[in-house]
Write a protein that binds this ligand. Sequence first.
Ligand SMILES: C[S@@+](CC[C@H](N)C(=O)[O-])C[C@H]1O[C@@H](n2cnc3c(N)ncnc32)[C@H](O)[C@@H]1O
Length: 378
Amino acid sequence: MSSESCCGGLNVEAAVRERYSAAANQSEAALCCPVSYDRQFLEIIPPEILERDYGCGDPSKHVRAGETVLDLGSGGGKICYIAAQVVGASGRVIGVDCNDEMLNLAREYQIVVGDRLGFHNVEFRKGKIQDLKLNLERFERFLAENPVRSSSDWLRAEEHASSLRASAPLIADSSVDVVVSNCVLNLVRSEDRRQLFSEIFRVLKPGGRAVISDIVSSDDVPAELQADVNLWSGCISGAFREDRFLAAFESAGFHGVEILERQIEPWTTVGPLEFRSLTLRAFKPQLTTTSDFRHAVVYRGPWKSVTTDFRQDFVRGERVDVRDAEFAMLAQPPYREQLVLLPNANVEIGAAPSGSMFVSLDLAADAGECCSPGSKCC
Ligand SMILES: C[S@@+](CC[C@H](N)C(=O)[O-])C[C@H]1O[C@@H](n2cnc3c(N)ncnc32)[C@H](O)[C@@H]1O
């Protein structure tokens, strides 16, 4: 679907709200794309939540212990409650949704699930995922005390929303290790999507990652299908065209964009169009500073050459000198297995500058260990 295309404007948001309000109270089979979750994580989740599963993948498989996870469009909270078990007591999980009924469903079992788990590391916040700065519950409190009866009231409310965004953002800049989402991005209006991707980028820590399961289409969705708000709220006509879904992350500044899972058979078809679930992962770059080209890498293959998201070509078997920050990045997934790492290749042994960037980069610790004697990669 082209980014400039129309998708029914505000009707889309109303249709999505109505559909998911109803689906929070009464399970709707048509909204569900069969997913097999790891059963061990489902045991402590109440059936009311499991029955209202409107996902199309399982991004929680890709989170790790101790991480801070943000789930966009958390619905009944299933992915949050699974992720809570994976990240453990030292991690935390925040679900964001803008639908009151879904938030009520998710919050109803927050204490129960936490008690079963032995710790309470999940919370649900009300917000639009394309505007992760605005805390809608705080804004609602302001509106209750300052009802909008005139355009001046409206302007004052807008000013208050701006000041809330700045002073008490729903999700702070660079605060999250992993953004996950399960079957939600396709519901966001076309005109809000650029901001959606930049919000995902903003809230991630440098080096953090997005793991997103969503519905993609095999070709552009024609305008008449996009105008059908039922198909939109049903995760069909707002689907991203598959290649554009990956490109959207690239355009927002992510690197290492990769398909982790892709349904072979389509979930559904409309005429010649196929709609299927896809899970991708994309990384926010580390902070970079300039430094000398102290390190080098050699691309192992099997492709003759590859191009990075930073537009650098690696030719199979050819040594390429790289800066510290880039080396630290390449020494991590998803690149590490594909490269021979040559740390300090351009520095005499023992002559590495002290206080180098390696001590200040999170990724660098691993790069150092990776190349210690007896390690797997050297
Ligand atoms: C298809 S359901 C997926 C729910 C959940 N991720 C799951 O796996 O069951 C979509 C959810 O996203 C929420 N949603 C849709 N658009 C949203 C938006 N712009 N901002 C926040 N939440 C949104 C809906 O309220 C609903 O709970």
